[in-house]
Design a protein around this ligand. Structure first.
Ligand code: GH3
Ligand code: MG
Ligand code: MG
Ligand code: MG
Length: 307
């Protein structure tokens, strides 16, 4: 399932990743010996390879030399700031250039700090520490802003952005994209029977079951509102969608949540799904089609899917 959240700096089990960029390997070694042991250290000897490593490894911080042949540190930093996935990685310039203009150019390029060479090792270590802490906090805030507080899946805000991006990709690559709307059946009555706390607990269980049913990295489960969830399955044709739907139905049945108002005696969901292959206009149209099919699944008696 999608984990399209910003990289979380220094999660409990992984030390933060620091990328050292310098065209002179001796300079890299010197910095490496100062910071090794505390961080996972990555190295690049050119601006181009720095960008490549950033895209692949998503470091939490970059220590950037300025003067490098080919792509300068300033230009490398500017490229990073233009890239949506790299823009929030802090760049500290570590440079032998000392003039006021050089220093200003580093700030203009988007650097968060400027350390002139030769530097004091303790100062370097502490500047890194401070910027990693700030990065960790901003990552956390960004993550929370995209999460549904009750169920822990992504929220509507994230979903809207994600669907927009995926639809654009699907259009560009002429691939199928599927949206499933999942609505709990007779959920008002569930609350009436067991109370809101039990209702919330059931919502959490359903969210977890949906998450476990969507296994591809690009699949996304989000809470659309109330007792309604939405799922995006990029690049998934009809047979794949049917398999996901079967998994969802089996997972919900496997929860065996007693629900007296339900025909089966257990909590069930209705699913409306729309697969669009090409020529689709907008996310609204795609969602509208999925919603129509959800309505049909409801009117046909609930506990079923209409694709
Ligand atoms: P249907 O089978 O047609 O979907 O019926 P329903 O009762 O599920 O649908 P309706 O839209 O009439 O009611 C949705 C109910 O979901 C209303 C509210 O009691 C419940 N609900 C919405 N959000 C929450 C929530 O965050 N927590 C809890 N416990 N209940 C919620
Ligand atoms: Mg250099
Ligand atoms: Mg409902
Ligand atoms: Mg509803």
């Amino acid at each position: 399932m999608i984990n399209q959240e910003p990289p979380f700096t220094g999660s409990e089990d992984a030390p933060p990743k620091v990328l050292i960029v310098d065209d002179n390997p001796a300079n890299i070694q010197m910095v490496y010996h100062i910071i090794k042991g505390q961080y996972q250290v990555l190295m690049a000897t050119s601006g181009r390879s720095a960008i490549e490593i950033c895209l692949e490894m998503l470091p939490d911080l970059v220590l950037m030399d300025v003067m490098m042949p080919d792509l300068s540190g300033l230009d490398t930093c500017k490229l990073m700031k233009q890239h949506p996935e790299l823009a929030n990685i802090p760049v500290i310039f570590v440079t032998g250039l000392h003039s006021q203009d050089d220093e200003n150019a580093c700030w203009d390029a988007g650097g968060v700090d400027f350390i002139p060479k030769p530097f004091n090792a303790t100062t370097l270590k502490n500047r890194i520490k401070v910027h990693l802490m700030l990065k960790r906090q901003s990552d956390l805030l960004r993550r929370l802003a995209f999460l549904d507080g009750l169920t822990g899946v992504k929220n509507r805000h994230f979903f809207d952005q994600y669907l927009e991006t995926q639809l654009m990709l699907a259009r560009r690559q002429s691939q199928a994209i599927c949206v499933l709307m999942v609505d709990i059946d007779y959920f008002k009555q569930y609350n009436d029977s067991f109370g809101h706390q039990m209702g919330d607990e059931a919502l959490r269980s359903v969210a977890k079951a949906l998450g476990g049913s969507c296994r591809r990295p690009a699949d996304l489960v989000a809470r659309y509102g109330g007792e309604e969830f939405v799922i995006v399955l990029p690049n998934t044709p009809q047979t794949g969608v049917e398999r996901v739907v079967e998994r969802i139905q089996a997972a919900i049945a496997g929860l065996v949540i007693a629900h007296p108002a339900s025909a089966t005696g257990f909590l069930t969901v209705s699913i409306g799904g729309m697969i669009w292959l090409a020529g689709y206009q907008s996310t609204e149209a795609l969602l509208g089609e999925a919603d129509k099919r959800l309505y049909r699944a409801k009117s046909l008696g609930r506990n079923q899917a209409c694709l």
